[in-house]
Write a protein that binds this ligand. Sequence first.
Ligand code: AMP
Ligand code: ZN
Length: 438
Amino acid sequence: MMKEYWQEELEVSSRSSLEKLQIERLNKTIEYAIQSPYYNKLFNKKGISPGSIKNIAQIQDLPFTTKQDLRNNFPYGFLTLPKKEIIRLHSSSGTTGNPTVIFHNRHDINSWANLMARSLFCAGVRDTDVFQNISGYGLFTGGLGFQYGIEALGCLSIPAGAGNSKRQIKLMQDYGTTVAHAIPSYLGRLYEVFEQENLDPKKNTQLHTLVIGAEPHTEEQRQRIEAMFGVKAYNSFGLSEMNGPGVAFECTYQSGLHIWEDAFYVEIIDPETLQPVPDGEYGELVMTTLDREAMPLIRYRTRDITRIIPGKCKCGRVHRRIDRITGRTDDMFIIKGCNVFPMQIEGVLLKIPEVGSDYLITLETVNDVDEMVVEVEVKPNWFSGDIRKLDQLTKQITTQIRDEVLAKPIVKLVEKGSIPRAEGKAVRVADKRNNGLK
Ligand code: AMP
Ligand code: ZN
């Protein structure tokens, strides 16, 4: 019989046996954690000891861990094992101050590779595929994280790295790439290069699947990518603190992302009260590693906003699904008294066919008034066209954004290529207001 799941015994088990495994693994995790300077001090103070968890709800008695805790104890404060046992570190850039660094021993790397293989298998990738990983290899987890998973699954891997679109296209053609992984904001640019080269990815490649993730994107963006490349595009979610990719992944039903609950304990909390919210309601994702030895993290506050999708998935997997990330507790901005998530604006823009794939939201103070300026790249044939049409389009976008977020934006249509491209993940918001985020 054809294999349907990567690890049938874990993926289609019952909720009760999954919970049993979680309790076992949580106690083991505490056993490891208590060996790190940070948790040792904290747990001793709070009287937490290994073996003390008898039912999984007791996890709520454990303290949260935040990015600031990681920064304050940089670099080795969370390490549970002697350095001799550690074989790799990854670190995340982004904000100022100490980076966030995560250490792995061999067990951790193997477990991560297995989760990645499971994730890819669940999105329909098989060992017969040729997999091009368009992702930075280095401290960023998207390169090596995928690489080990692709190899564990047994695909022919092409460790292409990020950027150099002409070369990416050539690799696709030379080796008959069938699956590729990239961040969604890059795929629009890659498509432009296909067009410049007078190539159509639908006709001139063998791609059938794209794995997209590492940054927020909307359903509209996914659908555009699927239409441009003639593929199925699957959402991949992860964060360096939880290894990187391979945390939650869409199955072929594309109805939410299965979050691997045998490796991570998942809570959704109200970020204000810190209490759990019922399934189906949005809140902040909090995660505990259940299968990591070198650097376990307990109740880590991810700042990502999502919800548990109630009900079972048609694929039969026992792991619950989270919805696509709608934003972060920290990327929401307030303008003219309205709470705005950048993804709401993207949702509006990408429904408009004349709009290209890049945009930039700048928040600035003009004559003491805070304004939201939205620069939008429009498709080339539109820019050279009729001024009246451009005016009409500007008005249309302005009204639609205002209807969505309730604050009126200043919309500026710009030529394709005029918004500066970020090296890695796309930068969508620039806050230049006098008082910063309000
Ligand atoms: P990093 O640790 O630098 O890889 O960044 C992790 C963060 O990227 C997460 O906490 C999310 O905010 C974001 N992220 C990763 N994957 C996705 C995804 N599929 N959709 C939305 N945001 C994502
Ligand atoms: Zn499913």
